[in-house]
Design a protein around this ligand. Structure first.
Ligand code: ARG
Length: 461
Protein backbone atom coordinates (compact mmCIF):
# COMPACT_ATOMS: atom_id res chain seq x y z
CA UNK A 1 0.00 0.00 0.00
CA UNK A 2 1.47 3.33 -1.07
CA UNK A 3 1.07 6.41 1.14
CA UNK A 4 -0.05 8.42 -1.86
CA UNK A 5 -1.93 7.77 -5.09
CA UNK A 6 -5.06 9.93 -5.01
CA UNK A 7 -3.86 12.31 -7.69
CA UNK A 8 -2.48 9.55 -9.93
CA UNK A 9 -4.38 7.75 -12.68
CA UNK A 10 -1.65 5.16 -13.28
CA UNK A 11 0.45 3.03 -10.95
CA UNK A 12 4.23 3.34 -10.95
CA UNK A 13 6.31 1.38 -13.42
CA UNK A 14 7.84 -1.60 -11.62
CA UNK A 15 11.30 -0.46 -12.70
CA UNK A 16 10.69 2.95 -11.13
CA UNK A 17 9.39 1.31 -7.98
CA UNK A 18 12.49 -0.84 -7.68
CA UNK A 19 14.65 2.22 -8.20
CA UNK A 20 12.69 4.44 -5.83
CA UNK A 21 11.84 2.15 -2.93
CA UNK A 22 14.10 2.40 0.09
CA UNK A 23 12.67 -0.31 2.35
CA UNK A 24 15.48 -2.69 1.38
CA UNK A 25 17.88 -0.50 3.38
CA UNK A 26 15.84 1.89 5.55
CA UNK A 27 14.17 -1.07 7.31
CA UNK A 28 17.06 -0.66 9.72
CA UNK A 29 15.23 2.36 11.16
CA UNK A 30 12.10 0.33 12.03
CA UNK A 31 12.38 0.70 15.80
CA UNK A 32 13.22 4.39 15.55
CA UNK A 33 10.21 4.95 13.28
CA UNK A 34 7.93 3.27 15.81
CA UNK A 35 9.47 5.12 18.77
CA UNK A 36 8.96 8.43 16.94
CA UNK A 37 5.39 7.46 16.13
CA UNK A 38 4.58 6.71 19.76
CA UNK A 39 5.73 10.19 20.81
CA UNK A 40 3.92 11.73 17.86
CA UNK A 41 0.68 10.07 18.96
CA UNK A 42 1.08 11.76 22.36
CA UNK A 43 1.83 15.09 20.71
CA UNK A 44 -1.25 15.10 18.49
CA UNK A 45 -3.39 13.85 21.37
CA UNK A 46 -2.28 16.89 23.36
CA UNK A 47 -3.06 19.05 20.31
CA UNK A 48 -6.63 17.69 20.35
CA UNK A 49 -6.38 15.49 17.25
CA UNK A 50 -6.85 12.20 19.10
CA UNK A 51 -9.09 11.28 22.01
CA UNK A 52 -7.50 9.77 25.07
CA UNK A 53 -8.76 6.32 24.06
CA UNK A 54 -7.49 6.66 20.50
CA UNK A 55 -4.08 7.68 21.76
CA UNK A 56 -4.01 4.67 24.10
CA UNK A 57 -5.06 2.27 21.35
CA UNK A 58 -2.52 3.63 18.90
CA UNK A 59 0.31 3.47 21.41
CA UNK A 60 -0.62 -0.05 22.46
CA UNK A 61 -0.60 -1.23 18.85
CA UNK A 62 2.70 0.56 18.20
CA UNK A 63 4.26 -1.01 21.28
CA UNK A 64 3.11 -4.44 20.08
CA UNK A 65 4.58 -3.75 16.68
CA UNK A 66 7.82 -2.65 18.31
CA UNK A 67 8.00 -6.01 20.07
CA UNK A 68 7.19 -8.00 16.97
CA UNK A 69 9.57 -6.10 14.75
CA UNK A 70 12.50 -6.23 17.15
CA UNK A 71 12.45 -10.04 16.95
CA UNK A 72 13.49 -10.07 13.29
CA UNK A 73 14.19 -6.66 11.84
CA UNK A 74 15.95 -8.01 8.75
CA UNK A 75 12.82 -9.75 7.48
CA UNK A 76 11.20 -6.32 6.89
CA UNK A 77 13.61 -5.62 4.03
CA UNK A 78 11.61 -7.71 1.57
CA UNK A 79 8.08 -6.77 2.72
CA UNK A 80 7.44 -4.84 -0.51
CA UNK A 81 6.46 -1.45 0.93
CA UNK A 82 7.95 1.77 -0.44
CA UNK A 83 9.87 2.61 2.70
CA UNK A 84 9.96 1.97 6.44
CA UNK A 85 7.38 4.69 7.12
CA UNK A 86 4.89 3.06 4.75
CA UNK A 87 5.63 -0.33 6.29
CA UNK A 88 4.97 0.81 9.87
CA UNK A 89 1.80 2.64 8.84
CA UNK A 90 0.48 -0.41 6.98
CA UNK A 91 1.18 -2.71 9.89
CA UNK A 92 -0.47 -0.25 12.26
CA UNK A 93 -3.60 -0.04 10.11
CA UNK A 94 -3.70 -3.84 9.98
CA UNK A 95 -3.84 -3.78 13.77
CA UNK A 96 -6.19 -0.89 14.54
CA UNK A 97 -7.99 -0.23 11.27
CA UNK A 98 -8.98 3.32 10.34
CA UNK A 99 -7.58 4.75 13.56
CA UNK A 100 -4.11 3.98 12.20
CA UNK A 101 -4.79 6.42 9.39
CA UNK A 102 -5.02 9.29 11.89
CA UNK A 103 -1.44 9.02 13.11
CA UNK A 104 0.09 10.86 10.17
CA UNK A 105 -1.93 14.01 10.93
CA UNK A 106 0.35 17.04 10.88
CA UNK A 107 3.41 14.95 10.07
CA UNK A 108 5.30 14.40 6.82
CA UNK A 109 7.69 11.68 5.82
CA UNK A 110 10.20 14.49 5.49
CA UNK A 111 10.37 15.28 9.19
CA UNK A 112 9.73 11.63 9.99
CA UNK A 113 12.74 10.38 8.07
CA UNK A 114 14.89 13.19 9.43
CA UNK A 115 13.89 12.13 12.94
CA UNK A 116 14.35 8.39 12.36
CA UNK A 117 17.80 8.85 10.96
CA UNK A 118 18.87 11.12 13.82
CA UNK A 119 17.61 8.57 16.34
CA UNK A 120 19.48 5.87 14.46
CA UNK A 121 22.63 8.02 14.56
CA UNK A 122 22.32 8.39 18.33
CA UNK A 123 22.23 4.62 18.81
CA UNK A 124 25.04 4.12 16.32
CA UNK A 125 27.19 6.62 18.21
CA UNK A 126 26.66 4.69 21.44
CA UNK A 127 27.67 1.42 19.77
CA UNK A 128 30.80 2.91 18.23
CA UNK A 129 31.77 4.61 21.48
CA UNK A 130 31.75 1.17 23.12
CA UNK A 131 33.86 -0.27 20.32
CA UNK A 132 36.37 2.56 20.75
CA UNK A 133 36.57 1.97 24.49
CA UNK A 134 36.98 -1.77 23.92
CA UNK A 135 39.95 -1.13 21.64
CA UNK A 136 41.46 1.43 24.00
CA UNK A 137 41.23 -1.02 26.89
CA UNK A 138 42.98 -3.67 24.80
CA UNK A 139 45.71 -1.20 23.82
CA UNK A 140 46.29 -0.16 27.41
CA UNK A 141 46.51 -3.81 28.44
CA UNK A 142 49.16 -4.54 25.80
CA UNK A 143 50.99 -1.32 26.67
CA UNK A 144 50.98 -2.31 30.33
CA UNK A 145 52.21 -5.86 29.74
CA UNK A 146 55.13 -4.64 27.63
CA UNK A 147 56.32 -1.73 29.73
CA UNK A 148 59.96 -0.81 29.19
CA UNK A 149 60.44 -3.02 26.13
CA UNK A 150 62.64 -1.34 23.57
CA UNK A 151 61.42 -0.73 20.05
CA UNK A 152 62.88 1.11 17.06
CA UNK A 153 61.35 4.53 16.42
CA UNK A 154 61.09 5.87 12.88
CA UNK A 155 60.79 9.07 10.94
CA UNK A 156 60.71 8.90 7.13
CA UNK A 157 60.61 5.15 7.76
CA UNK A 158 64.30 5.45 8.66
CA UNK A 159 65.40 4.36 12.09
CA UNK A 160 65.48 7.57 14.10
CA UNK A 161 65.59 7.11 17.87
CA UNK A 162 64.77 4.22 20.15
CA UNK A 163 61.32 4.20 21.72
CA UNK A 164 59.40 1.53 23.60
CA UNK A 165 56.71 -0.74 22.24
CA UNK A 166 54.49 0.65 24.98
CA UNK A 167 55.06 4.20 23.80
CA UNK A 168 54.12 3.22 20.26
CA UNK A 169 50.93 1.49 21.46
CA UNK A 170 49.99 4.47 23.62
CA UNK A 171 50.31 6.80 20.62
CA UNK A 172 47.33 5.00 19.12
CA UNK A 173 45.46 5.07 22.42
CA UNK A 174 45.70 8.87 22.17
CA UNK A 175 44.28 8.87 18.64
CA UNK A 176 41.32 6.73 19.67
CA UNK A 177 40.74 8.97 22.68
CA UNK A 178 40.38 11.92 20.31
CA UNK A 179 38.03 9.85 18.16
CA UNK A 180 35.99 9.18 21.28
CA UNK A 181 35.79 12.86 22.20
CA UNK A 182 35.05 13.82 18.60
CA UNK A 183 32.13 11.43 18.54
CA UNK A 184 30.78 12.75 21.84
CA UNK A 185 30.91 16.27 20.43
CA UNK A 186 29.08 15.12 17.31
CA UNK A 187 26.40 13.48 19.44
CA UNK A 188 25.90 16.66 21.40
CA UNK A 189 25.57 18.72 18.22
CA UNK A 190 22.96 16.42 16.71
CA UNK A 191 20.71 16.58 19.74
CA UNK A 192 17.95 18.66 18.13
CA UNK A 193 14.68 17.10 17.06
CA UNK A 194 13.26 17.80 13.58
CA UNK A 195 9.81 16.28 14.25
CA UNK A 196 7.13 18.93 13.86
CA UNK A 197 8.89 20.53 10.88
CA UNK A 198 6.35 18.62 8.74
CA UNK A 199 7.00 18.73 4.99
CA UNK A 200 8.98 21.97 5.08
CA UNK A 201 6.94 24.75 6.70
CA UNK A 202 6.22 23.35 10.17
CA UNK A 203 3.14 21.51 11.39
CA UNK A 204 -0.14 23.39 11.57
CA UNK A 205 -1.08 21.64 14.84
CA UNK A 206 -0.50 23.10 18.24
CA UNK A 207 2.42 21.02 19.41
CA UNK A 208 5.02 21.79 22.05
CA UNK A 209 8.01 20.78 19.96
CA UNK A 210 10.56 21.19 22.74
CA UNK A 211 8.56 18.87 24.95
CA UNK A 212 8.21 16.41 22.06
CA UNK A 213 11.96 16.64 21.50
CA UNK A 214 12.70 15.85 25.13
CA UNK A 215 10.32 12.90 25.11
CA UNK A 216 12.46 11.44 22.33
CA UNK A 217 15.72 12.04 24.20
CA UNK A 218 16.79 15.23 22.41
CA UNK A 219 17.86 18.47 24.09
CA UNK A 220 15.38 20.62 22.16
CA UNK A 221 13.56 21.04 18.86
CA UNK A 222 15.22 22.30 15.66
CA UNK A 223 14.61 26.03 15.15
CA UNK A 224 13.76 26.25 11.47
CA UNK A 225 11.50 23.85 9.61
CA UNK A 226 13.25 24.22 6.24
CA UNK A 227 16.54 23.37 7.90
CA UNK A 228 14.89 20.71 10.05
CA UNK A 229 13.89 18.52 7.11
CA UNK A 230 16.93 19.11 4.93
CA UNK A 231 19.78 19.11 7.43
CA UNK A 232 22.06 16.10 7.12
CA UNK A 233 25.08 17.64 8.88
CA UNK A 234 24.97 14.83 11.42
CA UNK A 235 25.40 12.28 8.64
CA UNK A 236 28.38 14.15 7.23
CA UNK A 237 29.80 14.64 10.68
CA UNK A 238 29.51 10.98 11.64
CA UNK A 239 31.08 10.02 8.33
CA UNK A 240 33.83 12.51 9.01
CA UNK A 241 34.40 11.09 12.52
CA UNK A 242 34.41 7.63 10.97
CA UNK A 243 36.86 8.65 8.26
CA UNK A 244 39.34 10.21 10.67
CA UNK A 245 39.16 7.18 12.93
CA UNK A 246 39.53 4.79 9.99
CA UNK A 247 42.63 6.75 8.97
CA UNK A 248 43.98 6.10 12.46
CA UNK A 249 43.14 2.42 12.13
CA UNK A 250 44.72 2.32 8.71
CA UNK A 251 47.98 3.84 9.99
CA UNK A 252 47.94 1.36 12.85
CA UNK A 253 47.43 -1.46 10.36
CA UNK A 254 50.24 -0.22 8.15
CA UNK A 255 52.67 0.06 11.07
CA UNK A 256 51.87 -3.47 12.18
CA UNK A 257 52.09 -4.89 8.66
CA UNK A 258 55.61 -3.46 8.46
CA UNK A 259 56.57 -4.61 11.96
CA UNK A 260 55.22 -8.10 11.22
CA UNK A 261 56.97 -8.37 7.84
CA UNK A 262 59.71 -10.93 7.26
CA UNK A 263 62.13 -8.03 6.91
CA UNK A 264 61.35 -6.61 10.36
CA UNK A 265 59.89 -9.42 12.49
CA UNK A 266 59.44 -7.11 15.49
CA UNK A 267 56.00 -8.51 16.21
CA UNK A 268 54.18 -11.68 15.38
CA UNK A 269 50.47 -11.71 14.64
CA UNK A 270 48.35 -14.51 15.97
CA UNK A 271 47.00 -17.28 13.74
CA UNK A 272 43.52 -16.02 14.66
CA UNK A 273 43.84 -12.90 12.49
CA UNK A 274 46.02 -14.12 9.65
CA UNK A 275 45.39 -16.40 6.73
CA UNK A 276 47.37 -18.67 4.46
CA UNK A 277 48.06 -18.75 0.76
CA UNK A 278 46.38 -21.30 -1.49
CA UNK A 279 49.63 -21.80 -3.34
CA UNK A 280 52.53 -21.01 -1.00
CA UNK A 281 52.32 -23.21 2.08
CA UNK A 282 54.78 -21.14 4.11
CA UNK A 283 52.72 -17.95 3.95
CA UNK A 284 50.92 -16.30 6.89
CA UNK A 285 49.35 -13.14 5.63
CA UNK A 286 48.17 -10.18 7.74
CA UNK A 287 44.71 -10.13 6.14
CA UNK A 288 42.86 -8.57 9.08
CA UNK A 289 45.20 -5.58 9.00
CA UNK A 290 45.14 -5.30 5.23
CA UNK A 291 41.36 -5.28 5.29
CA UNK A 292 41.30 -2.58 7.95
CA UNK A 293 43.64 -0.52 5.78
CA UNK A 294 41.54 -1.23 2.69
CA UNK A 295 38.21 -0.46 4.33
CA UNK A 296 39.44 2.98 5.23
CA UNK A 297 39.01 3.88 1.55
CA UNK A 298 35.43 2.70 1.63
CA UNK A 299 34.55 4.92 4.60
CA UNK A 300 36.33 7.98 3.22
CA UNK A 301 34.44 7.30 -0.02
CA UNK A 302 31.15 7.38 1.90
CA UNK A 303 32.04 10.80 3.32
CA UNK A 304 33.00 12.15 -0.09
CA UNK A 305 29.82 10.73 -1.60
CA UNK A 306 27.62 12.33 1.04
CA UNK A 307 29.27 15.72 0.66
CA UNK A 308 28.80 15.60 -3.09
CA UNK A 309 25.17 14.45 -2.82
CA UNK A 310 24.35 17.37 -0.55
CA UNK A 311 26.33 19.99 -2.43
CA UNK A 312 24.04 22.41 -4.30
CA UNK A 313 20.92 20.63 -3.09
CA UNK A 314 18.10 23.18 -2.96
CA UNK A 315 16.10 23.57 0.25
CA UNK A 316 14.18 21.86 1.60
CA UNK A 317 13.72 18.09 1.15
CA UNK A 318 14.77 16.45 -2.13
CA UNK A 319 14.75 12.74 -2.84
CA UNK A 320 18.52 12.90 -3.31
CA UNK A 321 18.62 12.81 0.48
CA UNK A 322 17.46 9.20 0.42
CA UNK A 323 21.04 8.49 -0.69
CA UNK A 324 22.26 9.38 2.80
CA UNK A 325 21.40 6.05 4.41
CA UNK A 326 23.11 3.18 2.63
CA UNK A 327 26.54 4.72 2.83
CA UNK A 328 26.04 5.85 6.41
CA UNK A 329 24.91 2.40 7.51
CA UNK A 330 27.74 0.77 5.62
CA UNK A 331 30.38 3.19 6.94
CA UNK A 332 29.25 2.87 10.55
CA UNK A 333 29.14 -0.95 10.30
CA UNK A 334 32.60 -0.93 8.75
CA UNK A 335 34.03 1.41 11.36
CA UNK A 336 32.46 -0.54 14.22
CA UNK A 337 33.68 -3.91 12.90
CA UNK A 338 37.16 -2.58 12.13
CA UNK A 339 37.53 -1.34 15.71
CA UNK A 340 36.69 -4.80 17.03
CA UNK A 341 39.00 -6.40 14.48
CA UNK A 342 41.86 -4.17 15.64
CA UNK A 343 41.12 -5.25 19.23
CA UNK A 344 41.34 -8.87 18.16
CA UNK A 345 44.70 -8.25 16.49
CA UNK A 346 46.07 -6.86 19.76
CA UNK A 347 44.63 -9.70 21.82
CA UNK A 348 47.06 -12.14 20.24
CA UNK A 349 50.03 -9.96 19.33
CA UNK A 350 53.50 -11.13 20.35
CA UNK A 351 56.53 -8.87 20.62
CA UNK A 352 59.83 -10.31 19.37
CA UNK A 353 61.92 -8.46 21.90
CA UNK A 354 65.37 -9.30 20.63
CA UNK A 355 64.65 -8.34 17.03
CA UNK A 356 63.21 -5.05 18.20
CA UNK A 357 66.24 -4.33 20.38
CA UNK A 358 68.64 -5.20 17.56
CA UNK A 359 66.80 -2.86 15.22
CA UNK A 360 66.65 -0.10 17.84
CA UNK A 361 70.41 -0.42 18.32
CA UNK A 362 71.15 -0.33 14.60
CA UNK A 363 70.90 2.63 12.29
CA UNK A 364 72.91 4.88 14.64
CA UNK A 365 69.76 5.78 16.49
CA UNK A 366 71.87 6.95 19.46
CA UNK A 367 73.61 9.65 17.38
CA UNK A 368 71.46 12.41 18.90
CA UNK A 369 72.69 11.31 22.33
CA UNK A 370 76.26 11.77 21.24
CA UNK A 371 75.45 15.27 20.00
CA UNK A 372 73.78 16.08 23.35
CA UNK A 373 76.86 14.71 25.11
CA UNK A 374 79.09 17.11 23.17
CA UNK A 375 76.71 19.94 24.04
CA UNK A 376 77.08 19.02 27.71
CA UNK A 377 80.82 19.48 27.23
CA UNK A 378 80.32 23.02 25.99
CA UNK A 379 80.14 22.52 22.22
CA UNK A 380 77.34 24.47 20.47
CA UNK A 381 74.64 22.13 19.13
CA UNK A 382 75.11 22.98 15.44
CA UNK A 383 78.80 22.15 15.69
CA UNK A 384 78.08 19.00 17.72
CA UNK A 385 75.61 17.92 15.02
CA UNK A 386 78.25 18.24 12.35
CA UNK A 387 80.92 16.42 14.41
CA UNK A 388 78.55 13.51 15.04
CA UNK A 389 77.69 13.39 11.35
CA UNK A 390 81.35 12.84 10.59
CA UNK A 391 81.69 10.28 13.39
CA UNK A 392 78.74 8.32 11.94
CA UNK A 393 80.28 8.39 8.47
CA UNK A 394 83.50 7.06 9.95
CA UNK A 395 81.68 4.37 11.98
CA UNK A 396 79.79 3.21 8.87
CA UNK A 397 83.09 2.83 7.03
CA UNK A 398 84.42 0.72 9.91
CA UNK A 399 81.10 -1.18 10.22
CA UNK A 400 80.97 -0.33 13.91
CA UNK A 401 78.25 0.98 16.20
CA UNK A 402 78.88 4.28 18.02
CA UNK A 403 79.28 2.48 21.34
CA UNK A 404 82.01 0.29 19.80
CA UNK A 405 84.32 3.16 18.84
CA UNK A 406 87.31 3.68 21.14
CA UNK A 407 87.94 6.93 23.00
CA UNK A 408 91.02 7.38 20.83
CA UNK A 409 88.89 7.14 17.70
CA UNK A 410 86.47 9.70 19.19
CA UNK A 411 89.30 12.07 20.02
CA UNK A 412 90.10 12.28 16.29
CA UNK A 413 86.80 14.15 15.96
CA UNK A 414 86.60 15.95 19.28
CA UNK A 415 88.99 16.31 22.18
CA UNK A 416 86.17 16.51 24.72
CA UNK A 417 85.06 12.88 24.43
CA UNK A 418 86.01 10.67 27.39
CA UNK A 419 85.03 7.34 28.96
CA UNK A 420 81.82 8.84 30.26
CA UNK A 421 80.45 8.76 26.72
CA UNK A 422 79.59 5.03 26.85
CA UNK A 423 76.77 5.04 29.41
CA UNK A 424 74.93 7.78 27.56
CA UNK A 425 74.95 5.72 24.37
CA UNK A 426 73.01 2.88 26.04
CA UNK A 427 69.39 2.45 24.99
CA UNK A 428 68.04 2.42 28.54
CA UNK A 429 69.66 5.71 29.36
CA UNK A 430 68.37 7.23 26.13
CA UNK A 431 64.82 6.31 27.07
CA UNK A 432 65.05 7.26 30.74
CA UNK A 433 66.33 10.76 29.91
CA UNK A 434 63.13 11.70 28.09
CA UNK A 435 61.24 11.96 31.31
CA UNK A 436 58.86 14.77 30.46
CA UNK A 437 55.10 14.73 29.83
CA UNK A 438 54.54 12.73 26.66
CA UNK A 439 58.16 11.55 26.55
CA UNK A 440 59.32 8.01 25.91
CA UNK A 441 60.71 7.39 29.43
CA UNK A 442 59.15 4.23 30.89
CA UNK A 443 58.29 6.22 34.02
CA UNK A 444 56.13 8.52 31.91
CA UNK A 445 54.44 5.61 30.13
CA UNK A 446 53.60 4.09 33.52
CA UNK A 447 51.92 7.35 34.57
CA UNK A 448 50.05 7.54 31.28
CA UNK A 449 48.86 3.94 31.59
CA UNK A 450 47.47 4.65 35.05
CA UNK A 451 45.72 7.80 33.78
CA UNK A 452 44.13 5.95 30.89
CA UNK A 453 43.10 3.03 33.08
CA UNK A 454 41.29 5.39 35.43
CA UNK A 455 39.42 7.13 32.62
CA UNK A 456 38.55 3.88 30.82
CA UNK A 457 37.29 2.23 34.01
CA UNK A 458 34.44 4.76 34.00
CA UNK A 459 33.38 3.85 30.45
CA UNK A 460 31.41 0.99 29.01
CA UNK A 461 33.11 -1.09 26.35
N1 ARG B 1 12.51 7.20 1.80
C1 ARG B 1 12.60 8.60 1.94
C2 ARG B 1 14.02 8.99 2.36
O1 ARG B 1 14.74 8.13 2.74
C3 ARG B 1 11.62 9.07 2.96
C4 ARG B 1 11.15 10.46 2.78
C5 ARG B 1 10.25 10.53 1.62
N2 ARG B 1 9.71 11.86 1.46
C6 ARG B 1 9.11 12.19 0.34
N3 ARG B 1 8.68 13.39 0.28
N4 ARG B 1 9.01 11.37 -0.64
O2 ARG B 1 14.41 10.12 2.28
Amino acid sequence: MALWGGRFTQGPDQRFKDYNDSLKFDYRMALEDIEGSICWADAIYKAGVLTEQENKDLKKALAELHDEVSKDIDSIATAGDEDIHSYVERRLIEKVGNLGKKLHTGRSRNDQVALDLKLWCHKAVDDVLKALVHLQKELVKVADENQGKIFPGYTHLQRAQPVTFTHWVLAYAQMFERDYQRLLNAKELMSTCPLGSAALAGTAYNIDRDELARSLGFKCATRNSLDGVSDRDHVMELLSCASISMVHLSRLAEDLIIYNSGEAKFVELSDKVTSGSSLMPQKKNPDALELIRGKCGRVVGALTGMLVTTKALPLAYDKDLQEDKERLFDAIDTWHDSLYMASLVFEGIKLNEQNAIDAAKGGYSNATELADYLVSKGIPFREAHSIVGRVVLYAISKQKALEDLTVAEYKEFSEVVGDDVYPILQLDSILAKRDIIGGVAPRQSAIEIENLKKVLATREG
